[in-house]
Ligand binder design. Structure first.
Ligand SMILES: [Zn+2]
Length: 192
């Protein structure tokens, strides 16, 4: 049954139009992994968003970033960059024992960054959306991903707590509110 479900995902993915672009040397495997994650996230909500797959990190994000959102000069969400060399994305791209968990994590990162694109750089709201998505997946046991969701929830909660603490410290020290680029959903922070 599980294999049938994944076959369904693969077939639907091939037929599903999305606006994702590959900015550089990302591969067809990267694109395939992204599309599978997009399907888990919910293509009707996210497939039309301006995703860009990149294999190099922006200088504005930290080395731990998995994805980030850029905003235009008016503060409007512009594009979502997904870093295909992150540990999670690499794990999601190749068949291995925890590939499904990693695909689900990438799906949750899509949800996180989509929240930024639509609502701005606030991390608390983005992590809340990401955790709600994972909690719904855990509760529904969709594709038997409930255990994978539970693991990801713990990981994302740790990242959220770390990111929010860093933001509080940065705000206290600088008295400024960062804007322009949201950090990645992995707890990545703005590069110093
Ligand atoms: Zn974020």
């Amino acid at each position: 049954m599980r294999n049938v479900a994944w076959l369904f995902i693969v077939v639907v993915t091939w037929c599903m139009p999305s606006t994702v672009r590959a900015a550089d040397s990302t591969t067809l495997d990267d694109r395939a992994a992204f599309d599978r994650a997009l399907l888990l996230a919910g293509p009707h909500s996210y497939a039309h968003l301006p995703f860009v797959l990149v294999s190099a990190l922006s200088s504005t994000v930290s080395p731990g970033a998995e994805a980030w959102t850029e905003f235009d000069e008016h503060g409007k969400g512009d594009r979502i960059f997904v870093y295909t060399r992150s540990r999670t994305f690499r794990c999601a791209s190749v068949p291995r024992w925890d590939q499904n968990r990693c695909l689900l994590k990438v799906a949750s990162v899509i949800v996180h960054e989509a929240w930024h694109l639509r609502n701005g750089p606030d991390e608390a709201g983005a992590y809340e959306a990401q955790l709600v998505f994972l909690q719904l997946t855990e509760a529904s046991a969709f594709l038997q991903l409930n255990e994978a969701a539970a693991v990801n929830i713990r990981e994302v909660r740790r990242a959220r707590d770390r990111t929010l603490a860093e933001r509080r410290n940065a705000t206290t020290q600088a008295g400024t509110n960062p804007a322009g680029t949201s950090p990645g959903a992995s707890g990545a922070r703005r590069a110093p």
